[in-house]
Design a protein around this ligand. Structure first.
Ligand code: M6R
Length: 641
């Protein structure tokens, strides 16, 4: 997720911006930049660089951080601090904006880094979020003669503000007019040379706070960036704007009316501030799922008023290759593989096309059979997993068309695939994947439903109903999170069990795999997943009173069968829980605990039923004294075989 910092005051602004951005590094980024209102000329000074913040500092100071190979990390850190201070003697000014970028539109590069400016460089903008209608706006601006420098969605904002500034002659009005035309999410910081004493900020969906100092004011994506200077902040509300001067801040609603309210006082320490007040990144990321799902879904849904009427993937050519495909082959590792297993059920149900799903480390060594009319999909959060990459290369060498689903723009997978579908989950810091998984599912479901329509296996009515259902998923995810106390309580009763089984049928057997992996990874409890019907073919021999069996139950036609499986383990002493859509009591008699998830189309419920399982894993981890963000023996990105 991008990080934004802005400052208006009497300090040299460049070090304030870079130090603030350093405090936001935990959010993940691939490039950085600053724009400063020059104190000696009527211009905005912009510097930006791909890579870590230290490269930006080196670019500005023209010096290197690590001067000898024997320099210790502590020495290099100290020197970086000195060079950051030095930036203030090179780019001088007291008003500025800074940005760390997590690439969405356009690969990580100097050019695509923020801030972006209008053609004459008199307006500079930093942005966090996704402008969904940027392609349309860009085409319109190009028709007006605007020449774009970057591939970003953000650049349209700078040019649009310029357009309205020329019309209205007033920067605040120009920003307002621009915001009224943006669809999607944004947190913005805007500078204009004609108004050198102020900074304009705005937000919709993406976070932005205003820090209130004495004789100085700040904007930031998150509290840690300003905590060194102030604990008094405004959390900007949806569609609010702020204009910052050194001695005061004005807040406005989306129509430009002044808003007056009291600031909040931050009590957190720095460590919890980085996690947005959550105890761990894993919990924060579990809670980010409604937004991540919305960000992944919305740009691909076409609406008619409030009603979703179609799915559109701008990034892939949904042509004959797809319509004529004989088979889909999906390859991935770990959690991404589990998303592939759910997708098999989705593609087969909605598009009636056979799907083979393979673990990448197996696929690459078994001389796989690939046909000309196969569609090959790799799924990878990081886009750097060694086995997944090897599978991708193998498929390409065999002549298959490779589609990648990844969360990381510019990753190796994204560069080597023929076409890329991004999950807009934002950076995932915790090792255990949560929001990346549900957003992978979202992309795969959208593909399966779209393909179902194109291949004629879904009627217009079915298609339209599925679109309404999928549009409601993020809100339902939020409802589950709002009612998490039951899961927490259940975890507090079960965290000492020696064996846990997840069971389910069809989609739910696929969800069981991911639920079990989450629990293993962060709680270190021994946990297995089985298709419920397989229990009596062996695993039931393990069941005893120290066993917990969790049944995922979102397939109404199979509730009875699943309830019979639960009775079988319960009569052997197991404790039982159901995570279910059922509201009619199908599991009340056989389960010690029933977690009900909001009503939804059963075939889409995998995006919801996983959330209680993620929370259960998280709370068991905490109760067992583990660090859920850094499970033992695991790495976030597995770049070796
Ligand atoms: O970055 P990738 O999606 O390719 O990573 C694949 C697996 O290594 C990853 O999903 C792993 O299983 C996670 N620790 C799951 O939480």
């Amino acid at each position: 997720m991008c990080g934004i910092v802005g400052y208006v005051g009497s300090k040299q602004v460049t070090p304030v911006l870079i130090n603030g951005l350093k405090k936001l590094e935990y959010r993940g980024y691939d490039s950085a930049g600053v724009a400063v209102m020059s104190d000696s000329s009527d211009e905005i000074l912009v510097k930006k660089s791909k890579g870590a913040l230290k490269f930006l500092v080196e670019k500005i100071t023209d010096e290197v951080v690590k001067t000898s190979k024997d320099m210790s990390d502590a020495q290099a850190e100290k020197r970086l601090g000195e060079l950051i201070e030095k930036t203030g003697t090179i780019i001088k000014g007291n008003v500025g904006i800074g940005h760390t970028r997590w690439a969405t539109h356009g690969e990580p590069s100097d050019l695509n880094s923020h801030p972006h400016t209008n053609v004459s460089g008199t307006i500079a903008v930093v942005h966090n979020g996704i402008i969904e209608n940027y392609a349309k706006l860009k085409a319109w601006l190009q028709d007006q003669g605007v020449v774009f420098k970057s591939q970003t969605d953000t650049e349209v904002i700078a040019h649009l503000i310029n357009y309205f500034y020329e019309k209205t002659g007033e920067i605040f009005k120009a920003v307002l007019e621009t915001l009224h035309r943006l669809e999607g999410s944004y947190a913005l910081g805007v500078l204009c040379t004609k108004y050198p004493d102020r900074l304009i900020a705005a937000r919709k969906e993406s976070p932005l706070i205003v820090g209130l100092g004495r004789g100085e004011n700040f904007i930031a994506s998150d509290v840690p960036a300003v905590l060194e200077y102030t604990r008094d902040v405004y959390y900007l509300n949806q569609n609010e704007l702020a204009v910052l001067y050194n001695d005061h801040v004005d807040l406005f609603d989306s129509d430009g009316n002044k808003v007056v309210r009291e600031p909040s006082h931050v009590e957190w320490d720095m460590a919890s501030a980085e996690k947005g007040g959550y105890a761990h990144f894993m919990l924060k990321e579990i809670h980010e799922q409604p937004k991540a799902l919305t960000d992944t879904l919305r740009p691909r849904l076409i609406f008619d008023g409030d009603k979703a009427k179609d799915i559109q993937f701008d990034e892939i050519d949904f042509g004959e290759d797809w319509k004529q495909a004989g088979r889909i082959v999906i390859t991935a590792c770990g959690t991404a593989y589990h998303a592939g297993v759910v997708a098999k059920y989705a593609f087969e149900k909605f598009a009636r096309i056979p799907v083979a799903v393979d673990v990448a480390s197996e696929f690459r060594y078994r001389n796989p059979i690939l046909n000309k009319n196969d569609i090959f999909i790799v799924i990878s959060q990081s886009g750097e997993t060694a086995d997944t990459l090897a599978a991708l290369r193998l498929a390409k060498a065999a002549g298959a068309k490779v589609i990648a689903i990844t969360n990381c723009v510019g990753s190796t997978v994204s560069r080597e695939a023929d076409e890329v579908i991004y999950t807009w989950a934002g950076p995932e810091i915790a090792v255990a994947s949560t929001k990346a998984y549900t957003t992978q599912l979202m992309c795969l479901y959208l593909l399966a439903i779209k393909l179902g329509k194109e291949r004629g296996s879904l009627s217009a009515q079915q298609y339209s109903r599925l679109l309404s259902e999928i549009a409601a998923i993020p809100e339902k995810a939020q409802q589950i999170l709002d009612n998490q106390s039951e899961i927490q309580k259940f975890a507090s009763q079960q965290f000492n069990k020696s064996k846990i089984f997840y069971i389910g049928r069809l989609f739910d057997s696929a969800s069981s795999l991911e639920s079990a992996l989450k629990l293993k990874e962060v709680s270190y409890m021994h946990c297995e997943a089985f298709a419920a019907g397989e229990l009596k073919h062996g695993p039931i021999a393990l069941v005893d009173p120290d066993t917990l069996v969790v049944a995922i139950a979102t397939e109404p036609e199979l509730y009875e069968k699943l309830a019979s499986n639960i009775v079988e383990v319960k009569s052997r002493g197991a404790t039982t829980m159901a995570i279910t859509l059922d509201k009619k009591g199908a599991f009340d008699n056989c389960c010690d605990s029933v977690i009900t998830i909001p009503d939804s189309e059963p075939a889409l419920a995998s995006m919801l039923s996983i959330i209680p399982a993620q929370l259960f894993a998280y709370y068991c981890s905490i109760l067992r004294g583990n660090d859920p963000d850094k499970p033992r023996n695991l790495a976030k990105s597995v770049t070796v075989e």
